[in-house]
Design a protein around this ligand. Structure first.
Ligand code: AKG
Length: 290
């Protein structure tokens, strides 16, 4: 679905749309998308889960980092964030139709956390050689301002186009993505990046929904992670992102049928009504052709 994307930045080479920046640099920053009430609602929704979440189990998760997974099972605010209208049009251009939500987690870096190892988010689809189109796209939503000292995500602009090169930890091209709360960075799964070191005295909280091509396995097993009774309360678009969709001709079917039948009590009746309408239309066309 092609949609207009607005000009977001005046660069030395002229005005650029968000999509052009995402394609050229591998990432684009969307400034001030959420207002303070939305940011605070997210913080509140996370609080009870953060209270019982231990620090990470290894250096990649972060030994001074809490990660809360399966966010769409925890509060509807995360469903809204994962399907945010400022982000979906970009994903519609970069990924194929029927793309999926691969992961949705909160990342809270405590003071003293080290920088992460440089990595790419879709690197575990290692069977497909680089350079290539991304298998995934990640979004990092800023809940606490990302600053020079509190562990802002760091990226290497343009590295989404690389082949098998691997950057050194001190690569001079690394730059922090500094953004105020309510902003987001959208980046291709092929972009080299890492969480920075938190050298401040306060935590750094972010939410990261990550998406994948419709034919790739989701990182979080979303149809198990989010119970059907929770999924049935979400809008159709969110249900599709979670995996209640068909990627034609039949990827994702359940017992030969559309998976939405399992969570939408009206699906069967609506489906029958659609089929009836289609048959009537066909009959009318045949009638007028006679
Ligand atoms: O927390 C961040 O800024 C980035 C985290 C990240 O890239 C990851 O865990 O894959």
């Amino acid at each position: 679905m092609e949609r207009e994307l607005s000009v977001t930045a005046i660069t030395p080479d002229g005005p650029r749309t968000e999509l052009e920046l995402l394609e050229r640099d591998g990432f684009v920053v969307l400034q001030h998308v959420l207002g303070n009430p939305e940011v605070e609602a997210i913080r509140r929704a996370l609080e009870p889960h953060l209270e019982r979440t231990p620090m990470g189990r290894n250096r990649f998760e972060g030994l001074r980092t809490q990660r809360v997974y399966a966010l769409l099972a925890k509060s509807a605010v995360f469903g809204e964030l994962a399907s945010h209208p400022r982000v979906l049009p970009l994903l519609d251009h970069v990924l194929q139709p029927n793309y999926l939500l691969s992961a949705a987690l909160a990342i809270k870096l405590a003071p003293g956390e080290d920088r992460q190892a440089l990595h790419v988010d879709d690197g575990f689809y290692s069977w497909i050689a680089r350079p290539r189109r991304p298998v995934g796209v990640s979004v990092i939503w800023v809940i606490d301002d990302f600053t020079e000292v509190n562990g802002a995500t760091e990226v290497i602009p343009g590295s989404h186009l690389w082949g098998n090169e691997r950057p050194e930890a001190e690569d001079p091209r690394i730059q922090p993505v500094l953004m105020p709360a309510g902003s987001a960075v959208v980046f291709q799964g092929t972009l080299w990046h890492r969480g920075g070191a938190n050298r401040s005295s306060a935590p750094r909280l972010a939410i990261t929904p990550q998406y994948c091509q419709p034919w790739a396995r989701q990182m979080e097993n979303m149809t198990l992670a989010v119970p059907p009774e929770v999924v049935s309360g979400y809008p159709r678009r969110v249900q599709e992102l979670l995996g209640y969709s068909i990627h034609p001709p039949f990827m994702g079917h359940v017992n030969g049928m559309h998976p939405a039948r399992l969570i939408d009590p009206d699906y069967v009746e609506r489906d029958r009504a659609d089929a009836r309408r289609a048959a009537e239309m066909l009959e009318r066309r045949r009638g007028s052709a006679r």
